[in-house]
Design a protein around this ligand. Structure first.
Ligand code: FE2
Length: 371
């Protein structure tokens, strides 16, 4: 079968990220946090004023990133129950597709559980087709087809622009990858899921010899679409002397869910300066990391001094190198966080940094008494 035929027969061959929907306890305050700390602008709103009775949603944008922050107005609907069980978290990693019906049918043939059959959402600006399938835990993927829609986001939303003028602009660009934490022994199950349901292939995998410290361990594999546009790494805990960060997540999130989203920038030093000045907190890295850095990664464009000052990590593979740093958890429970990443040719996920990074995460776990 030729590549062209393959692309045509796979409705998910040309997908992209569409939006990420968070279910939160207080969407108004969460929206303010992501605007003031991460430099998003509010673009649209849905709620009682726009004819939506049971919930409010704020659409935030920054370059190609689109976040929807949704909270329930009821004590006992699915959103309220999701927040009660999981805390604030990521509910829907929505995917832009050319044909939502075809994507949905392929997903169902691959064994995906149906959350919502393809359905048109219409207003005066046209029509969106949305279908939703379940993935790990209570997380879902919606397939969004937008070719018939000229509105700002989606029916139910009204344009409502707000900007926090004095927030520093980090110039975050788009999602690089979105990582799920799943339970013991479930990594292969969910890797197979993305192969069957999305037609994805495995980009890379790491076992517990790659990703372990003296105390904790995990295993991971990265599933990707043919264009490496949408990448879903899947983590599972592995046996260590103490409780791994994945187990801590599973305990606090009460099951599988999105662990982190990696967000691309093309100037990581300027981005991290802006985020820090807005009060975003990052994991620290031991000083010793920078003493060995030049030797480990060879020649890079950035000054090691700048990386040390900002605690940015570097990893190299045969295609180039990448720079990355991780935020602390974004809500009360130690669950979802962001990675900020700049790629200079490299397709790496930071294997060379895992050890330095986990030592740092363990220090935070120790403070919470969960190690
Ligand atoms: Fe990552």
């Amino acid at each position: 079968m030729s590549t062209t035929t393959e692309a045509r027969s796979n409705p998910l061959a040309t997908i992209d990220w569409d939006y990420v929907e968070f279910y939160v306890g207080n969407a108004k305050q969460a929206a303010h946090f992501y605007m003031s700390a991460f430099g998003f602008d509010q673009v649209a709103y849905a709620g009682p004023e726009t004819g939506v009775r049971d919930r409010v949603s704020y659409l935030l944008e920054q370059n190609k990133l689109r976040f929807v922050l949704t909270a329930s107005l009821l004590p006992d609907d699915a959103i309220a129950e999701h927040v009660m069980r999981h805390g604030d978290g990521i509910k829907d990693v929505a995917i832009l597709v050319e044909d939502a019906q075809a994507a949905f049918e392929m997903a169902v043939r691959g064994g995906a559980r149906v959350v919502q059959e393809p359905a048109p959402l219409e207003d005066a600006r046209g029509r969106i087709i949305k279908a939703t399938i379940a993935t790990y835990g209570d997380t879902v993927h919606s397939f969004i087809q937008r070719d018939g829609y000229r509105g700002i986001f989606m029916p139910g939303f009204a344009e409502q622009r707000k900007t926090i003028a004095n927030a520093a602009r980090p110039h975050l660009q788009y999602i690089d990858h979105c990582v799920g934490n799943v339970g013991w022994g479930e990594m292969d199950v969910w890797g197979d899921f993305y192969a069957r349901v999305f037609g994805f292939s495995q980009l890379v995998s790491f076992d517990d010899k790659d990703i372990s410290t003296e105390y904790t361990a995990l295993r991971s594999k990265v599933m990707t679409d043919p264009r490496h546009q949408v990448k879903f790494p899947i983590n599972e805990p592995a046996q260590g002397k103490k409780k791994s960060q994945i187990e801590e997540y599973l305990e606090f999130y009460r099951g599988a869910g999105v662990q982190h989203m990696a967000i691309r920038t093309d100037d990581i030093a300027a981005t991290i300066r802006a985020l820090k000045s807005n009060g975003v907190e990052f994991l620290d890295t031991p000083d010793s990391y920078y003493e060995m850095l030049g030797e480990r990664v060879g020649k890079i464009d950035e000054a090691i001094e700048t990386l040390r000052e900002l605690r940015i990590l570097v990893d190299r593979d045969d295609l180039g190198y990448m720079l990355q740093i991780f935020t602390k958890p974004l809500q009360d429970r130690p669950t979802v966080f962001f990675e900020i990443i700049q790629r200079k040719g490299s397709l790496s996920f930071g294997k060379g940094n895992f050890k330095a990074l986990f030592v740092s995460i363990e220090r935070e776990q120790e403070k919470r008494g969960t190690l």
